[in-house]
Design a protein around this ligand. Structure first.
Ligand SMILES: C[S@@+](CC[C@H](N)C(=O)[O-])C[C@H]1O[C@@H](n2cnc3c(N)ncnc32)[C@H](O)[C@@H]1O
Length: 210
């Protein structure tokens, strides 16, 4: 998929995405890696707040790129026993930001939500849900529930009412806003417990109902 000066036609990706296979989206991310290898967007402060005071936990992350958030948090939070980053960009998986033995990057052969559920306590979704469709987000949240995840960190540049991303020169796709995202999590038993205002438009912390 070619286009602008850096070789990417974002509008073509936006239009094609609903019919693209997992393999095609993974291939597109090889191109992203070549031209935009720095994808760090998460808030260290908000994540630190989310992990403060945790007991022993296992973490699943979707779209953690090279594991930059994991690297920082694993150093600061010894209670994190295991951190699995499920990442669609294979080159990012092959260039981990940490050698911490608790960190495991995974480049799966299918969408994360099509993997067999595995037990995890906590999920981190930092600047990733805006890159998928509402139906995929629904599948992802159902998968997290099937994994037994109790707490979820979601950071994304969303407005409350949603927005169009066409012509945004990014691979953003999710056009529902925070209100609909909170409702979607609610349907799977996750309650919004805190919203942390950020310049990049917020982190929402969810907890499974007891
Ligand atoms: C902007 S980066 C965020 C990286 C990191 N989580 C952070 O906040 O610093 C977006 C991440 O979402 C992943 N991603 C993008 N589109 C995706 C898709 N359709 N399905 C799964 N992951 C996707 C990318 O590979 C990347 O890891």
């Amino acid at each position: 998929m070619k286009g602008d000066a850096r070789g990417i036609d974002w509008d073509a990706y936006w239009a094609a995405y609903p019919t693209m296979t997992y393999e095609q989206v993974a291939e597109f991310h090889r191109l992203i890696w070549d031209v935009f290898p720095d994808q760090c967007h998460h808030s260290r402060e908000a994540l630190d707040r989310f992990f403060a005071g945790s007991g022993p936990i296992s973490v699943v992350e979707l779209g953690g790129w090279r594991g930059e958030a994991a690297a920082w948090l694993l150093d600061r939070h010894p209670a994190i026993a295991r951190w699995v980053n499920i990442e669609i960009c294979e080159p990012a998986v092959r260039a981990p930001a940490t050698q911490d033995p608790r960190y495991r990057p995974v480049f799966p052969d299918r969408w994360a939500w099509d993997l067999p559920p595995a037990p995890f306590d906590v999920a981190v979704l930092a600047h990733v849900i805006e890159h998928i469709l509402p139906a995929q987000l629904n599948q992802l949240v159902a998968w997290l529930a099937a994994c037994g995840v109790r707490r979820v960190y979601v950071e994304a540049p969303l407005l409350d009412a949603g927005q169009r991303w066409r012509h945004s020169t990014s691979s953003h796709l999710l056009e529902i806003g925070w209100a609909a995202v909170v409702a979607l999590f609610g349907e799977r038993g996750y309650k919004l417990v805190e919203r942390i205002p950020l310049p990049t438009r917020d982190a929402c912390l969810f907890e499974a109902a007891p």
